[in-house]
Ligand binder design. Structure first.
Ligand code: GDP
Length: 198
């Protein structure tokens, strides 16, 4: 898929105020600092469409970007940032869970995990929750340039194995990406394109 346009539409913390358009929507979510903003900028080839922030946890809103005038890329807040207060954590969870439960346009969630890390409870629990809610998701392994090719394979295999042992019957669709080398970009965009055209 060629990205012809990528436009910021709105930010908010209420699913009911998200764009009132029937376009298919793809949500990107993961721990703070996982490389989500960099990935969104890499995918759209826009330098600062998503704000890469030195201060994780700063962008606490649901951000809608309209791509090629035919689908929405949704940048969700990074989770698991220790420095936000408990109260703001609860508010955060409520509007994010609301978004996932109520947003009919949502086609697929992309859960980002750093390829170098062992499976983290916060991510795998979130994937289980998506599964229980019946929300389709795929995994995006980020920062692949930080590992050698052989290490990448081992890490990904171990991650998927962990999920299978945790109760998943089959491994989810996954992508190995790097925002610096553009690895995985075509595959990811093609995947979105294929769903949009189905
Ligand atoms: P976010 O908090 O998930 O939006 O993460 P950012 O996109 O702001 O990235 C967090 C840090 O990881 C920044 O210092 C980025 O430069 C770095 N980073 C993000 N993606 C990559 C990548 O693919 N490769 C490398 N080497 N560094 C990355």
């Amino acid at each position: 898929m060629k990205i012809k346009s990528a436009d910021f539409v709105m930010s908010n913390s209420n699913v009911l105020k998200c764009p009132n358009e029937p376009l298919p929507e793809y949500a990107f979510i993961g721990r703070s600092n996982v490389g989500k903003s960099s990935l969104i900028n890499m995918l759209t080839e826009r330098k600062s469409l998503a704000k890469t922030s030195g201060r994780p946890g700063k962008t606490q809103l649901i951000n809608h970007f309209k791509i090629n005038n035919n689908w929405f890329l949704v940048d969700l807040p990074g989770y698991g940032y220790a420095r936000v207060s408990k109260k703001s954590k609860n508010t955060f969870q409520k509007y994010i869970t609301d978004y996932f439960r109520k947003r009919k346009q949502l086609v697929n969630a992309f859960v980002l995990v750093d390829i170098r890390h062992e499976p983290q409870k916060i991510d795998t629990e979130f994937m289980s929750w998506l599964g229980l809610e019946g929300i389709p998701f795929s995994i995006i392994f980020t920062k692949a340039d930080k590992l050698k090719p052989s290490e990448k394979e081992t890490k990904v295999a171990a991650y998927l194995d962990h999920l299978l042992q945790e109760a998943w019957e089959e491994a989810p669709v996954y992508f190995i990406t790097s925002s610096s080398s553009y690895e995985g970009r075509e595959e990811l965009l093609q995947y979105i394109d294929s769903i949009n055209k189905a």
